[in-house]
Design a protein around this ligand. Structure first.
Ligand SMILES: C[S@@+](CC[C@H](N)C(=O)[O-])C[C@H]1O[C@@H](n2cnc3c(N)ncnc32)[C@H](O)[C@@H]1O
Length: 292
């Protein structure tokens, strides 16, 4: 049974020893508004990228025609994350970039990448030109900084097995960003938990800011899942055993799976009922595999 605590509006669910991962079906901002301050030690998440996927559900984030509206919606969700994090909490934000559409209003499907088809394309934002890289990650990072977050690190997630691109006038993109943001100047960060071997392999050193990690498809999901190996260092550095980890854009539940594997607890919020089903199955499996 999950723990239940009463708030002004209704009871909210918290994970417990026997039920270490609670999945909430709903909109991230409104679900978070039910939680009291200082509930979560760390948040690891990958929000929908701007204009990259059509999740086909109302209230979805990422399908805005206007870039500023997209940034504003995410800033609002993450203001709720700020409120519910402990004062020494950390926020690990994975976000990818996109190019302006150059006037196209749709995008074809792709056999290898089923989520790629789009019935809409956002118009080129004011001030940008056709074929411009939008710079979404840094626009969002600066907006979060302005809203009160401390921006502590930009980590490059290098994908050695990145998707090939049919471009001949720029290098193929093989990275995304992972930002480390915090609520306060001082915060919980277990650097020892994520040290890496020295180049000579004769010792260890503080983790560097480029992480080379292959993407790993998750068979039930036709949308962008992040690999457990990207999530694990964030959870290990950002929380202790039994702490509660948050992912407000839960998708297939990668953060829940890694939380269970590392002895943490988790709350995941996901808007799409189909993905909630996928995540529930995955979490049940993780509970069976990693219970101790
Ligand atoms: C990039 S995916 C997350 C994938 C996840 N990290 C994983 O490994 O499976 C973004 C998710 O955000 C969900 N989403 C979109 N708008 C949302 C909203 N307003 N509230 C909660 N979830 C939303 C989408 O349905 C999608 O599952």
């Amino acid at each position: 049974m999950s723990n239940m605590i009463a708030t002004k509006t209704k009871e909210i669910q918290l994970p417990s020893e026997s039920d270490p991962c609670v999945i909430i079906e709903g909109d991230a901002q409104s679900a978070l508004s039910q939680y009291p301050e200082n509930t979560f030690q760390t948040c690891v998440t990958s929000p929908p990228y701007w204009g990259l996927r059509d999740y086909g559900i109302s209230n979805q984030i990422g399908a805005e025609m206007d870039l500023n509206e997209y940034i504003e919606k995410l800033v609002n969700v993450f203001e709720e994350v700020f409120r519910v994090l402990t004062p020494d909490g950390t926020f690990w934000l994975n976000i990818g970039d996109s190019y302006t559409s150059g006037g196209r209003t749709w995008r074809d499907t792709d056999k290898k990448n089923k989520g790629r088809g789009m019935s809409y394309r956002a118009p080129t934002p004011d001030g940008l030109k056709p074929k411009d890289l939008v710079g979404v990650p840094w626009r969002l990072a600066f907006a979060l900084q302005a809203s009160g977050w401390h921006l502590r690190s930009d980590i490059i997630w290098h994908k050695p097995n990145c998707q090939p691109e049919s471009v001949k006038d720029r290098p193929t993109r093989a990275h995304e960003y992972l930002f480390l943001l915090t609520k306060s100047e001082k915060y919980y960060y277990d650097f020892d938990a994520i040290i890496e071997p020295t180049t000579e392999k004769n010792g260890s050193k503080n983790r560097r800011t480029v992480w080379s990690i292959n993407t790993t498809p998750f068979k039930d999901a036709h949308f962008a899942v992040f690999p457990p190996s990207l999530v694990k260092p964030c959870i290990l550095a950002g929380s202790k055993k039994d702490s509660i980890v948050l992912d407000p854009f839960f998708g297939s539940g990668t953060v829940g799976e890694v939380s269970i594997e590392t002895g943490r607890r988790c709350v995941g919020i996901e808007l799409n009922p189909e993905y909630v089903k996928i995540a529930k199955k995955r979490i049940t499996q993780a509970n069976l595999s990693f219970s101790y």
